[in-house]
Design a protein. Sequence first.
Length: 424
Amino acid sequence: MRKIDYAWIIVITLGLTSLTTHGFGRFSYSMIIPSMMKGLSLNKAEAGLIQSFHFWGYLISSFIGGFLAAKYSTRLISTLFILLIGLSMIGTGISNSFYTALIMRTLTGIGCGAAYIPAMSLLSIWFKNEQRGLASGLVAIGSCLGMILISQWIPQIVMAHNEEGWRYSWYYLGLVPVVITFIAGSFLRNSPADLIQTKGSKDPAPAIDPLPFGTNPANKGNKRKIPAFQWGRVFSNKTFWHLGLIYAAFGFSYVIMATFFPVYLSSQRNLPISYYSQLFFIMAVSNLASGIFWGRVSDYLGRRNTLIIAFLLMSSSYLVIIFTQSKIGDYIGIMVYGFGTWAIPTIMIAAIGDYAGSVLASSALGFITLIFGIGQALGPWLAGGLAESSDSFIPSFYLAAAIGLLGVIILLFLKKPVPQKVSS
């Protein structure tokens, strides 16, 4: 029987994890918040603060999740926290006050970080360097699919249930992570070694290659173990701090547009939910096209050069929207935003594998995501306060563009990775 590359089963399962943590857990708020602001009488600053606390939860759990996964197992930790995402999303729909919504969104953030970060580190265990960019791009499809689904579902749910539509949106969307919990628990594996037939089993050996995809057949005697959490080695490495600052610039910049663009369209330009659902759909489709494309391009062009292009596209998309303030500008801007911006996390995951190797990948990814989370958490809070004080989202979008360009400057000083040795 022809051997199955179980690595691709891992990619599919990680894609569903990404759909849960990013497509639903994170971006559903952007689509629901205009009607949720009316239902809970929230102002711009409060809406931004709720999203900031979501990301503070993500920030905390990005560290804790990596530690727990190294101590117990990625499969267990990611599965449990996917369940938390679903339950807390349903809890957000039950909220009757700003503070209850704040707590529920914080719990969702904790679930997203603790489920996503350990799970994504599996790419460094299951794939060799030459295939990691492609694998990361394929996983990113899950997030895109989630965004496509919410762009179509949420407007229908909101219109069907009128004033309570935002609540039902949270209820229905929260059920999806609950279902994915069972899929993740069934198919995630911590390493290729987990697939090797256990001693004493009467079952036939599985028709599965228990080695990282892309491994040279001559190295089949080497079986990698799950690396332990190594905070000290990561914390003392200047390159990981450098990567963290780049990721923080991305986090601060992208989240301002992702959070407030629908509110900007509805409150500042008086456009209906059907209009920004169309734009959200375009962004998601552009994102879908970018995941595989940029991941593969980075395998050939290099992570740094590809990241520079992506950061420039992200900042330029804001400027197009700001200067045109027209529907054609919205369409062009959001298309560029979707195609360029979402390449960045895909490439960063692949870059961590290049710079850290399989031994430090989980710890390093948790570390740079911790720094990324600071930028991501500060973005909605500062942008929401700026919009409330100026009574306009335009200054907030200028701020997002400026931080994106700062990311380009930081990238110019990033050194090439040193080839990593495979640890046995």
